[in-house]
Design a protein around this ligand. Structure first.
Ligand code: ADP
Ligand code: MG
Length: 243
């Protein structure tokens, strides 16, 4: 295993729903300490791809290599044990429970609620996403609910954190705060897989981008070296797009 090899490498990863290929032979690698964008229009296959990386969907074919080792990620808990955290587009929180109680549901049994509450509160403040662990989810804004999901992922000390269209539910101020958090994660040497269809935020915070269209990779680039129109061409297709 080369020291500077990718944290995660995906080879020819394919997901069929019936005969429809939502992901069609995807190749992608994520390096340690980078913010990597997965960019594509609605329906491009972004969520399907990351659900395979987090053990929510089983690939039809292809390979996932984690730190140089081929792996089968059979469940979210298997993904978490490898060091992969995920913040979904649609949250799975119980409204009637507190922040800490929600987080406890995804932890190994036996960890005390007071310990979870303390650690969640500490982490949320350390990463600039303050949360009251005793608040009820029903009383929280959508941005605060997203913080729960982020803190839940961070409690597992992930090497890779995947966020699926996180800014779609945030105000511009909340998005700025999230970007600071992502830069902190990067400065700690963690990798971020950042899913978006918004060019300007990808150009602002991401070190590399993999562009998907109709389940296929149409570009891999440094988004800061591209113009918005060249990125848009990779997303929507054109005779002149490089592949
Ligand atoms: P994105 O996240 O890029 O918007 P998705 O990965 O959600 O795209 O979806 C890619 C394509 O796969 C879409 O055409 C979508 O309708 C289809 N798709 C996603 N999930 C399923 C499913 N469970 N069954 C059938 N088709 C699906
Ligand atoms: Mg999606």
């Amino acid at each position: 295993e080369p020291v500077n090899g990718p944290l995660l490498a995906v080879g020819q990863l394919t997901k069929l729903f019936g005969t429809f290929a939502a992901c069609d032979g995807i190749n992608l690698d994520i390096r340690p300490g980078e913010i990597h964008a997965l960019l594509g229009e609605n329906g491009a296959g972004k969520s399907t791809l990351v659900k395979m990386l987090f053990g929510v969907l089983a690939p039809t074919s292809g390979e996932i290599v984690w730190q140089g080792q081929p792996v089968r990620i059979v469940s979210p808990s298997a993904a978490r044990k490898l060091g992969i955290g995920m913040v979904f587009q649609h949250f799975s929180l119980f409204e009637a429970l507190t922040v800490a109680e929600n987080i406890a549901l995804s932890m190994d049994p036996g960890v005390s609620l007071s310990k979870i509450a303390r650690e969640a509160s500490d982490l949320s403040h350390a990463y600039g996403l303050p949360l009251d662990p005793h608040a009820h989810v029903a009383d929280l804004s959508v941005g605060e609910r997203q913080r729960i999901e982020i803190v839940r992922a961070l409690l597992q000390n992930p090497k890779l954190i995947i966020l699926d269209e996180p800014t779609s539910v945030l105000t511009p101020q909340e998005a700025d705060r999230l970007f600071e958090t992502l830069n902190k994660l990067k400065s700690e040497g963690r990798s971020v897989l950042y899913i978006s269809h918004r060019l300007e935020e990808v150009q602002r915070i991401c070190d590399r981008a993999t562009v998907l269209r109709h389940g296929k990779v149409t570009g891999a680039c440094d988004p800061r070296k591209e113009t918005p129109s060249s990125l848009a061409r990779m997303m929507v297709g054109s005779d002149v797009a490089h592949v």
